[in-house]
Ligand binder design. Structure first.
Ligand code: FES
Ligand code: FES
Length: 165
């Protein structure tokens, strides 16, 4: 039973974040999003709704896209986490990052890290073949600026579907 000393409730976990092992002391209620932003200072991952409704917090865990606000860090002990900071290789942008620039697929940019991480997961899933399927399978990522046409075009480019447009 917890007698009110919340420090006693912390657990040490290890995450492999963007290729580097990180040890963290987390409370049972610490979300993966807060662990990334506040303990590892990876603030590229955004907090929008904090309730699983906007997708701004999307990261890749063991290669799959998830809303990090809905996942407790302690549940991810040992996992491989990729955030927007981990997508580029040195100075070379990830093809999706380049495609978002090429298509002006953002305005304020707040949703963009989540959109790009989600799109990485989408392409890996291999289920989207058409713009409608991209829209449907990206529907968990809200863009309040309404950059959806450009976002879909950027994802199509990254999927290698640009020819014939
Ligand atoms: Fe996680 Fe909105 S902040 S879904
Ligand atoms: Fe502003 Fe998407 S670019 S919310």
């Amino acid at each position: 039973m917890n007698d009110g000393n919340y420090n006693d409730a912390c657990s040490r976990i290890t995450l492999r974040v963007n290729g580097a092992a990180k040890q963290l002391d987390v409370s049972p209620w610490t979300t993966l999003l807060d662990a990334l932003r506040e303990q590892l200072h990876l603030t590229g991952t955004k907090k929008g709704c904090d309730h699983g409704q906007c997708g701004a917090c999307t990261v890749l865990v063991d290669g799959r896209r998830i809303n990090s606000c809905l996942s407790l860090a302690i549940m991810r002990d040992g996992a491989e986490v990729t955030t927007i900071e981990g997508l580029a290789e040195g100075q070379a942008l990830h093809p999706l990052q380049q495609a978002f620039i090429d298509h002006d697929a953002f305005q304020c940019g707040y949703c963009t890290p989540g959109q790009i991480c989600s799109a990485v997961g989408l392409i890996r899933e291999g289920r989207a073949r058409t713009p409608d399927e991209i829209r449907e399978l990206m529907s968990g990522n809200i863009c309040r600026c309404g950059a959806y046409p450009q976002i879909v075009a950027a994802i199509e480019q990254a999927m290698g579907h640009e020819e014939g447009r």
